[in-house]
Design a protein around this ligand. Structure first.
Ligand code: 7TS
Length: 409
């Protein structure tokens, strides 16, 4: 499998660069993925050949832009197996999608006495919208605990989700712990109490096949830029019957049916939630990214990334003075690996790695309550995608050895 994936690197022009006179080893795909030439070309081609505003022009370019934009929606529908294309709302990204649900569904359906349940492993974008809604509505926000190895404590989930719960908001995959959560099971628990489940899929959709109907997610959010496409485009999937009863999130052009002086009516799904000029080139880029991912195969991507983790994790665990957060068993660990070593500050570690051309993220990873829960201020995080190789893992191991030598630890 390594050979096929080795060749894939040629499709990503940025990976050919040298950083500090070393070949670039990009290990920050959890923050954003790199883009293949096909996606870069699709965006350029859009601007060179069919750029026009969508849904408002009868002339040829306007029609072509609209067709391509709506084709991208269809590709996303198939990619996540949504039942209807109108269940796919274009947004700016995961953060925007989750704010949409909190502002619209949350505002309309939460009342005093209700509870919202999230987890300790949430990214701020699946935490603050619920925290602020809870403050505004005077409702209780509950956190599902983690087990000692950083997995979601499903026994605690059963205890925390009750008949008072109206919304369960949970990451499909953590951006820190390398953990993938059992969304199907959590959805069952939520639904048995008549709560809806909102899933943050930012770290899952790029890496594994996702079927929103199989998961039975009520809402599912993800970002294009973490799955090969441009920044500023993302998706909110929502079940049709929920989206239909929800109020618009933003008001303005394109989202209306008719506007009178003192009242207005709204457009149908999905356009009710797409106010103003949309990121058409981004949507087309995301469509192209999905073509690319489908061509490689999501099952194969998942298997290959597992191979990388199986290779990396035991080697990292072998390093004296290095602490890994999240499960130590590689079969329970996805391609996000967070660690600290020898009391070195993560920023110093990441700066030292950069001297070797190795790009990793250091910080709280927009998960401050999780950092507190783990008892750390920050971690170093290496995150892999299918354009990484075992040679990249070896470079990471070398960077760790060099850093230890540099700081004499
Ligand atoms: N949810 C998770 C689990 C994430 O990892 C991220 C981004 C988001 C939501 C927000 O996505 P956005 O596209 O709206 O910004 N995570 C990271 C990260 O871990 N480092 O940089 C961005």
């Amino acid at each position: 499998m390594d050979k096929k994936f080795q060749k894939i690197r040629d499709d990503f022009p940025i990976l050919k660069q040298r950083i500090n006179d070393e070949p670039l080893v990009y290990l920050d795909s959890a923050a954003t993925s790199q883009k293949p030439q096909a996606v870069i070309d699709a965006v350029a081609d859009y601007y060179q050949t069919i750029n026009a505003n969508t849904h408002r022009s009868v002339y040829t370019l306007g029609q072509q832009a609209t067709d391509q934009y709506e084709l991208a929606r269809k590709k996303i529908q198939n990619f996540i197996n949504a039942q209807f294309s109108k269940e796919v709302i274009f947004t700016k990204g995961t953060t925007d999608s989750l704010n949409l649900v909190a502002s619209s569904y949350g505002e309309d359906n939460i009342q005093a006495g209700d509870e919202i349940v999230i987890t300790y492993m949430e990214h701020h974008s699946n935490l603050i919208p619920w925290q602020q809604l809870a403050i505004k509505k005077h409702v209780v926000l509950k956190y599902i605990e983690l087990t000692s190895d950083g997995q979601l404590d499903m026994t605690d989930a059963v205890n925390k989700i009750t008949d008072k719960t109206k919304i369960v908001a949970v990451a499909h995959a953590s951006n820190v712990l390398g953990v993938t959560n059992d969304i199907k099971k959590l959805a069952q628990i939520a639904h048995s109490h008549n709560a809806v489940i909102v899933v943050d899929g930012a770290q899952a959709v790029p890496h594994q096949p996702v079927d929103v109907q199989e998961l039975n997610a009520d809402f599912y959010a993800f970002s294009g830029h973490k799955m090969l496409s441009p920044m500023g485009i993302g998706v909110l999937y929502g079940k049709k019957e929920l989206l239909e009863q929800m109020s618009p999130y933003q008001f303005g052009g394109e989202m209306i049916n008719s506007v009178e002086k003192f009242n207005s009516t709204w457009s149908e799904l999905p356009w009710k939630f797409e106010a103003g000029t949309q990121n058409v080139s981004g949507a087309i880029g995301l469509g192209k990214a999905i073509d690319y991912l489908n061509n490689v195969g999501m099952e194969e991507i998942a298997e290959y990334e597992q191979e990388l983790v199986d290779y990396a994790l035991p080697r990292l665990l072998n390093i004296k003075g290095l602490t890994i957060y999240g499960p130590h068993d590689s079969h329970n660990h996805n391609a996000v690996i967070s660690f600290n070593f020898n009391n070195l500050h993560p920023h110093d570690v990441a700066t030292a790695f950069d001297m070797d051309g190795v790009a990793v993220r250091a910080g709280h990873h927009c998960a401050q309550p999780l950092m507190k829960y783990l008892g750390v201020v920050a971690t170093v995080r290496a995150s892999f995608y299918f354009y990484n190789t075992k040679a990249d893992v070896d470079k990471l191991l070398q960077a760790i050895a060099d850093t230890k030598e540099f700081f004499r630890v």
